[in-house]
Design a protein around this ligand. Structure first.
Ligand SMILES: Nc1nc2c(c(=O)[nH]1)N[C@H]1C(S)=C(S)[C@@H](COP(=O)(O)OP(=O)(O)OC[C@H]3O[C@@H](n4cnc5c(=O)[nH]c(N)nc54)[C@H](O)[C@@H]3O)O[C@H]1N2
Ligand SMILES: Nc1nc2c(c(=O)[nH]1)N[C@H]1C(S)=C(S)[C@@H](COP(=O)(O)OP(=O)(O)OC[C@H]3O[C@@H](n4cnc5c(=O)[nH]c(N)nc54)[C@H](O)[C@@H]3O)O[C@H]1N2
Ligand SMILES: [Mo]
Length: 737
């Protein structure tokens, strides 16, 4: 990246300063021209007796393993308490810090409650407008783009994981219903691992996490449930109580690792070498399950030949920094325990060889015959419970739409690809359930892309960095203000989401926004939008369900779900128990031709990790933070009261060498950008890394993604349309600021 991009970070700092100057950085950090104070809205839901205390069941829709079932107490139309559903054996009556702060998140003084227009993107000079004005301006812009370019391809949607409730796929539906558009495609989250497991097993499919308690040996491999899946931590601890040995493998001694029987500190991005070293030991000592391999696997001879030819435990030790004896002991214990289980995290696959690492770890489970049985497996994720109709999502382009489909824009290189798009260029962005300015790599480039647009619309609940770069913001409801239904990508529960309160201010759900826009588009240009213009949302939730869902969850019909609220899948809770893999051969594929088609090795071979360049001697790992969910929750004053400062973790020896003391202001930089944060000196990390947790802090000029480059991971294109991103291959240097 050249000078220009490097310094565009500064221009963003100016942008923030301008917001502060206009509004005074305080709650919300935006100015509302001519607005009176927001009154609390406490009108009850129609049909609910005012002043009565009512209980509603809600479903946490955040992008989180736990996807909890919530019990919401409402008094006189106001939420008083949100707690975990005790009848759900995964949620177990408890919530995480974020869940416990839901009451604040709904009534936060930060909530955006009205549609607003910004006079000058990034100025903070917002004015309240009516929904009619907002829809008119958006519709006119869409119609103008169609006139100028002959298609709607200059409009680009960026939507991801702000809300995973099934009706929120209506956001994709909104754009489909106006024509073919450009779409941010792929995911910054888990794609390399998905492809890896797709090559090996045919798809992602994990055992019911409640089955973790049946393990005798559990490796937590680059996963941090103590922060990122707190309800699973109960299961890990219960397994331990029943005699299971817990081993954590991570470059950071995480809160999870601190609860394990053994912690193994590994050099980042070398997990494949550790897994292959273990496999070699297992092969040499004949600890593999030849019977399982004979009946279930394809290519184990080729894999064993590769191990014999290329892998030694000593090599694995040199690569990973893990002593030979530790690798041997780990391999022996793992292979001899029955059943033995591995939970493969998403953090560990955010490397250029992340997919290959996941395949090597999967191979351990396969060669030891730990697949398809209780307490065993290679757990990553599952989509088995996601068989909805996607009724809110599927909408045809209007008749006469030009083009033959949507255009894919890589979500993992969003800024650069938006800027580079030609014939036609991208002119308008629609952002919903997404905060790309905070969460995408190369923030300075993302900001340039936003600056270059003719028109930006963002639908969100809070005034975040992306909203600040928009022309119009549309206020969306929280999960308590709209009905829905949710499942998890980890556990096997399905949770109903009931509307517990009326929407605050003028907030609308994403589907209601689509309906309103459709009405306006058709008013201005008949036939220009196929989205329904009205509909009962409760009925729409029912339309998402089908016989497959009812059978899977033991429900008679939708009414039955409305009575039961939270239900667990009845069968297929042990992945691959039937031995029918969904690969081309129907077997577990240690040798995958499909992998070759996507430019990868057929075998789970080691792919060299990126080496630290001399000028940027630290690898910056930027994992997820305990108190937020990406850019969500950290902005709440309740959460800020617990913790409101980003920091950089530095090993004591590095600190000593550089004369850095705890709390010193540190500049972390590379050729892309920099951040300035206080130092936290800690021996929980190794000397070759620094750690900065990714998060959005309200009114703080902090975003680690100013330094992360859009470096692709090795896999992801098959299942998600684009390769993943190597967030943790971020090489930096540090100096005292
Ligand atoms: N509190 C909270 N919960 C969350 C989230 C959140 O932001 N906050 N996010 C949700 C989402 S979207 C996701 S994807 C999941 C993520 O859930 P996790 O995968 O558990 O979390 P991460 O922080 O992404 O990464 C886990 C660990 O991977 C380690 N790691 C990084 N590189 C390597 C490596 O090369 N080898 C090994 N062995 N380990 C490595 C990191 O040090 C980190 O401790 O959590 C979900 N839950
Ligand atoms: N450096 C670094 N960067 C990372 C990662 C990392 O480990 N390191 N992790 C990556 C991962 S795993 C992920 S999943 C991504 C997450 O990236 P995003 O999907 O962008 O994540 P969020 O910040 O959870 O949500 C975005 C926005 O959705 C809004 N929202 C919530 N509910 C609704 C709704 O109902 N409607 C609408 N319209 N908006 C809503 C929230 O207020 C928030 O502003 O970040 C990635 N970025
Ligand atoms: Mo994620």
């Amino acid at each position: 990246m050249g000078e220009e991009v490097k310094f565009s970070r500064r221009s963003f700092v100016k942008g923030v300063a301008a917001v502060g100057a206009t509004a005074g950085i305080g709650y919300g950090a935006y100015s509302l021209t001519g607005l009176k104070e927001v009154e609390p809205i406490d009108a009850p839901v129609p049909g609910v007796t005012p002043s009565a205390t009512s209980t509603f069941y809600n479903a946490c829709p955040r992008n989180c393993y736990d996807t909890c079932s919530l019990v919401t107490t409402v008094e006189e139309g106001v939420i008083k308490r949100v707690s975990g559903n005790p009848d759900n054996s995964y949620t177990r009556g408890k919530l995480c810090v974020k869940g416990n702060s839901y009451t604040r998140s709904v009534y936060s003084p930060d909530r955006i409650l009205y549609p607003m227009r910004q006079k000058g993107r990034g100025t903070g000079n917002w004015e309240r407008i009516s929904w009619d004005e907002a829809f008119t301006e958006i519709a006119q812009n869409i119609i103008k783009i169609k006139e100028n370019y002959g298609s709607t391809l200059p409009i680009c949607l960026n939507k991801y994981s702000g809300n995973f409730e099934i009706m929120h796929y209506g956001i994709e539906g909104t754009l489909s219903s106006i024509g073919y558009t450009s779409r941010a495609t792929g995911t910054p989250c888990w794609p390399a691992g998905i492809d890896a497991q797709t090559f090996d097993f045919g798809t992602i499919y994990n055992n019911d996490p409640e089955d973790l308690v049946n393990s005798k040996y559990l490796i937590l491999w680059g996963v941090n449930p103590a922060w990122c899946s707190v309800h699973s931590m109960y299961l890990v601890e219960e397994a331990k109580r029943r005699g299971c040995k817990i081993v954590a493998i991570d470059p950071i001694l995480t809160a999870t690792a601190s609860k394990a029987n053994e912690y193994i500190q590994i050099k980042p991005s070398t997990d494949g070498a550790l897994a292959l070293g273990m496999a070699k030991y297992i092969l040499d000592n004949k600890l593999y399950d030849s019977q399982w391999l004979e009946s279930n696997a394809k290519g184990h001879e080729e894999f064993f030949a590769y191990l014999k030819d290329k892998v030694t435990v000593k090599w694995a030790s040199e690569k990973t920094g893990v002593p030979v004896e530790v690798i041997e002991q780990l391999a022996k214990e793992y292979a001899q325990a029955d059943p033995a289980n591995i939970w493969i995290g998403y953090g560990m696959q955010r490397h250029t060889n992340g997919g290959a690492s996941v395949r090597a770890i999967d191979a351990l489970a396969a060669i030891t015959g730990n697949i398809g049985k209780p307490g065993g497996g290679a757990q990553y994720a599952q989509l088995e419970t996601w068989g909805f109709n996607y009724h809110a999502m599927v909408h045809d382009a209007p008749e006469g739409s030009q083009g033959d489909g949507n255009r894919a824009i890589n979500m993992n290189n969003f800024g650069a690809e938006v800027l580079a798009a030609q014939e036609p260029p991208i002119k308008m962005l629609w952002i919903a359930a997404r905060n790309p300015v905070a969460q995408d790599p190369e923030t300075s480039v993302v900001l340039k892309a936003f600056e270059s647009m003719d028109f930006v619309v963002t639908a969100d609940m809070y005034m975040n960095e992306t909203v600040r770069m928009s022309d119009i913001v549309l206020p969306v409801t929280t999960l308590f203000e709209t009905p829905g239904v949710n499942v998890s990508y980890w556990h096997y529960w399905l949770n109903l989401n009931e509307q517990a309160i009326q929407s605050l201010g003028e907030a609308k759900s994403d589907v209601e926004i689509a309906m309103g826009l459709s009405a306006k588009m058709n008013q201005l240009a008949q036939g220009s939008c196929t989205y329904p213009t009205e509909g009962n949302l409760e009925e729409w939730v029912e339309k998402e369900c089908n016989e497959g869902i009812f059978t899977q969850f033991g429900l008679k019909d939708f009414k039955d779900l409305k009575t039961k609220k939270s239900v667990k899948a009845k069968n297929n809770l042990i992945a691959w128990a039937d031995g029918k893999f969904r690969t081309p051969s129907g077997k577990y594929e240690l040798y995958s031709e499909e992998a070759v088609k996507f430019g990868n090795k057929a075998l789970p071979e080691y792919i060299e990790e990126l080496q630290t360049p001399a000028e940027y001697p630290f690898r910056c790992i930027s994992p997820h933070w305990k108190l937020n969910l990406h850019s969500q929750f950290q902005n709440l004053d309740w959460v800020e009261a617990i913790h409101n400062k980003p920091f950089i973790e530095i090993h004591p020896k590095v600190a000593q060498k550089m004369g850095i003391k705890d709390g010193d202001s540190i500049k972390m930089y590379n050729d892309l950008g920099f951040i300035v944060v206080p130092a936290k000196i800690t021996a929980t990390i190794s000397e070759d890394i620094v750690v900065v947790y990714e998060a959005w802090y309200k009114d703080k000029d902090f975003n680690v993604n100013f330094t992360t480059k859009a470096i692709p991971a090795d896999m992801g294109a098959k299942a998600t349309g684009m390769p993943g991103i190597a967030f943790h291959d971020n090489f930096v240097n540090i100096t005292k600021a």
